[in-house]
Write a protein that binds this ligand. Sequence first.
Ligand SMILES: Cc1ncc(COP(=O)(O)O)c(C=O)c1O
Length: 444
Amino acid sequence: MTNKTTLDRRFFMKGAGAAALMGGAVSIPATTAAAKGMGQTHMSMAYDLNENFNRIGSGDFKWDAIRRAAQPHNVPFPMGVADMDFRTCPHITAALQQRINHHNWGYEAAPADYKANIISWNKTRYGQDVDGSTIQNCIGVLDGVSSALRTWCKPGDKVILHTPNYSSFFSVIPGALCELAESDLILKDGVYDFDYDDTEKLLKEGATAIILCNPQNPTGNCWTADQLRKLGDLANQYNALMIADEIHCDFVNKHAKYIPYASLGEAYAMNSVTTKSTSKSFNLAAHRTGYMFTDNKELMAKIVEVGNHHRGLLNTMGTIASNAAYKHGATYMDDMQAYIDGNSHFLENFCAENMKDVKYSVHEGTYLAWLDCKAVAAKLGRPEGDDRMGDMLKKFFIEKAGVNINPGENYGRTGAGYMRMNLGTTHAKLHGALNAMKKAIDEI
Ligand SMILES: Cc1ncc(COP(=O)(O)O)c(C=O)c1O
């Protein structure tokens, strides 16, 4: 056995032990699982992502609010809200602690190297050249999307969203006084693609912007250069702005590649705005700190003025945390990517071998798995009253398995029968959740 294999095996064994402690209907021997999924994890071993980190009682949304709402049902496996369960990168906590010791909370200026770290992260990891003069702070990525929409679109303009897509876009678009133009992604042989004809039709009808989610939440697609170019060419031809939300870009499974939209070339970079943050990558969502940029200086100047983005206020802790993340977090992020990759493979094998009514193949990007649960829904029968299939499935998994996952319909009209599961958790918790789901399905 090579040293690498020994490390991988030891890494998995830590998680497997915890899974056994949590109990469950099916136990998968560590050696089997190591050979078929988690054992492929290649990590620096610098961070113990298998730690059973307890979030209960901290006041967070996923572990406290959602579980409170599910009462009287016990939900040991909340896997809906898109944040992660791990202890954060220690450099982030250290930077925050240092700032807290200062005991003063007036208006904050960004650290001197704040923009340089944003530029360096994107260049080092993705070869992307970010024009630092256009970087604007946002109170989160959606705030940037909203400012871009308010600047570019007139009230009533149609904005194209390729669905299934992140649920909050459905409220951000009307929030910017625009109208949603939903274009269904095409699913062929298990792979999603844009419907270019439908997109062109919507553009001809006057849509003025496209929101691109890359990697896509919830389907997990990392869009290829060809796909992005085809979509971008249409946007450019009809003078529609491409708003690229690339918040999930740091989570890319091993077989996939994330291509920043603005890196496709000048024509694409000039007709787009990209929004990003450290909030998914380093689990800093509640710090409300993101950023946006473009190669089009004139456009960003308009966003600042017309889109009323001129305040660009900084959140002290968010800025400190984000800066520490990009400055010191590369190894942590590499480990995290490998860990999520391991979880994705484990899930695929578990479904194929133990839970055939749930269909899933390892996705490309994000830490979110898009589960085809139509066979489970069929076993459960028709939803009652006005309930959607996803509401029925959600209720079933909460009540019978203690697992909270999100209904596919939340992400668009083609989402029925799918559920979104968050894999940003330990192998042990994932294993426990899958055991519980399998048991519940077997008992239908
Ligand atoms: C694609 C996408 N964009 C934006 C957000 C939210 O970003 P923020 O909280 O920074 O506004 C999420 C959160 O899940 C997301 O998945």
